[in-house]
Ligand binder design. Sequence first.
Ligand SMILES: C[S@@+](CC[C@H](N)C(=O)[O-])C[C@H]1O[C@@H](n2cnc3c(N)ncnc32)[C@H](O)[C@@H]1O
Length: 248
Amino acid sequence: MTRYTSYGYQKIPASDKRRLILGHFETIARRYDLADALLSFGLHFLWRRRAMHRLHLHPGARVLDLCAGTGDFALLAARVAGPDGRVVACDISRAMMTAGRDKAARAHVSDRVFWVQGDAERMGLARESFDAVLVGYGIRNFVFLEQGLEEIFRVLRPGGRLVAMEFSIPRTAWIRTIYHHYSFQILPWAGKLITGTAEPFRYLAESVRVFPAPEQIQKLMTEKGFAKAAYEPLSNGLAVIYSGEKYE
Ligand SMILES: C[S@@+](CC[C@H](N)C(=O)[O-])C[C@H]1O[C@@H](n2cnc3c(N)ncnc32)[C@H](O)[C@@H]1O
C-alpha cells in the first residue's frame, strides 16, 4: 500500500519525497554554501557554534554528521575530535558530499572525515557505533521522522548524544510577519538568483511551516527513547537546537 507523507503543503507518496529532495540538493550543491551564508544573513555560523557546544564532544570522539551536505558540521566536529577522532559524513546527495570533500581537504581534516552515501532512515551503519550524532537542517526532510529518530537511536552508543538543528517559526508576532514575507516572497527569488532554481526555496518555506512545533519534537524524541530531550530556540526561534541522550 502506498504510504503518503508531507512535502511542504502537499501530501505525496513517500518514495516521491526522497526523489524530490535529492533532486533539489543535487541541483543546488555547488552554490549551497553561498546560499546558506547569504540567505541566513550569516546567522548560521553562530547557530552552528551553539549546536557544537551542546554536543559536548571530546577529543577522539566518533561522530556521525547525518544529512551532512557539504559537511560544515563534519568539519567543525573533526577539529574538536582531533587526529584520534573519526567523523562519518552521511548524505543521500553525492553532489553535496563532493563539494564537502573539497572543503575537508582544504581544512586538512580529510584523514578523519569519511563520506558515506546513504539514507538517514535506513543507514547501513553498525548499531551503537557513534558517541555523537549531529543533524543540520536534516530532520525536516525526513520522509518519516519517527523512522529517522529510531535509526539515530540505533547507531548511538549508550550515553551518546544527538544534536539536531532545524529551522522554525519566530516566536514574536511582528518578526513572524516579516519572516513570512521574507520566506515566501524574497527567499525563492533570491535563492533562484544564487542557485538558478527557486523550487528548493519554496519547499523550504513551506516545509518549515508544516514541521511539528519544538514541543512536539521534544515529546517524540522522548517517546523514541531519548533521555533529557530538550530544545533551545535561537534568534527568536528562527532556528531550534534539539538535543537528547541515549540511556546508559
Ligand atoms: C539543508 S541540507 C543541510 C546540509 C548540512 N547538514 C548543513 O548543516 O548545512 C540537507 C541535506 O540533507 C540531505 N538529506 C535529505 N534527506 C536525507 C536522507 N533521508 N538521508 C540522508 N541525507 C538526506 C540532503 O541531501 C542535503 O544535503
